[in-house]
Design a protein around this ligand. Structure first.
Ligand code: ZN
Length: 139
């Protein structure tokens, strides 16, 4: 599996040092979500600076139930809402290439491996499109 490039990760850490300050930072996702992560870091860093929240940091970006799942330390209710919003948006972005994506499964149902993919990347893996509503509800 192809993961997010170290060049992309290094750029994010340079651009958003206030919210990517964890020593145990993990990027367990693919390149297609890089822009989404960039926007998430940008908005939370601006907000944290305005509100003088210095202890907030992201700790992990990973895929869960086919969508983005973000772990963090500290923060407040609005930061939590920004994160949940980004996680929901990820179900519309191909994790591999960043184009319009839909939830797909290796088995065609919720028991398989689920990933948000565009039709090209889903076809390459022989994944079938599934309804996201039931799966998102389990997060
Ligand atoms: Zn794709």
């Amino acid at each position: 599996m192809r993961y997010i490039s170290s060049i992309t990760v290094d750029k994010l850490i340079i651009d958003y040092p206030d919210v990517l300050q964890s020593f145990a930072l993990v990027f367990d996702i693919q390149e297609g979500w890089a822009e989404l992560i960039n926007d998430l870091c940008k908005s939370t860093q601006i907000y944290a600076k305005q509100e003088n929240i210095t202890s907030f940091t992201f700790t992990k970006f990973e895929r869960k139930f086919g969508g983005l799942f973000v772990s963090h330390e500290e923060g407040d209710m609005l930061i939590g809402k920004i994160i949940r919003f980004s996680e929901r948006i990820s179900f519309n972005i191909c994790e591999e290439c960043g184009k319009r994506g839909y939830l797909h499964s290796s088995t065609g149902n919720e028991w398989g491996t689920t990933e948000t993919l565009c039709s090209k990347h889903a076809l390459r893996k022989l994944y079938k499109r599934v309804d996201a509503i039931g799966l998102i509800g389990k997060c």
